[in-house]
Ligand binder design. Sequence first.
Ligand code: MN3
Length: 201
Amino acid sequence: MPYNKYPYEAIPLKFPYNALEPYIDEETMHLHHDKHYQTYINKLNAALEPYPYLQQLTIDQLLSNPAVIPYEARLNIMHNAGGVYNHALFFNNLAPAGQGAHLPYDGLLDEINRDFGSFDEFKKQFNDSARGVFGSGWTYLARLPGGKLTIFNTKNQDTPLRFGLEPILLLDEWEHAYYLKYKNERDKYIDNMWNVLTFNE
Ligand code: MN3
């Protein structure tokens, strides 16, 4: 993912805060982007401040190789770097309904058909996986080192990078992502998100 290095800054949304209505409301987008994501940015910068050599690494390098981080700082840096990374990717794979690529582009569609049978079957498996997230976490579509696609969940702010996987699409299942609008109806949020999830080549 093309992303800036330390000191990190929040990447602005590519669309107005109300552009995902009625699927995601404007207040949720403000809180999610300007407060939650920004807090991860602030905490990551603070956590990296004492470590000049870690500041030289990209966020992908940090997340792919936690062993380079001193043990006493590792959990905190991995949590906040994961929060920055996951949210940057998540906001980048959203677009207003009717804009952006809400269906996979040709090459990816071929891979999805190959590995899941069809796009509808892929969505069904992704939704099933998302419904299985217990507590706070994410559901990912990612590419394994051999090229095969896979769907899996991560806990808290974990990312697939340390397993050598290439992220393609992800869905935020933390309550802050949906609770204002959907309350306890997380399944409805998951279904509705297909109107605004977008595939980037
Ligand atoms: Mn979130």
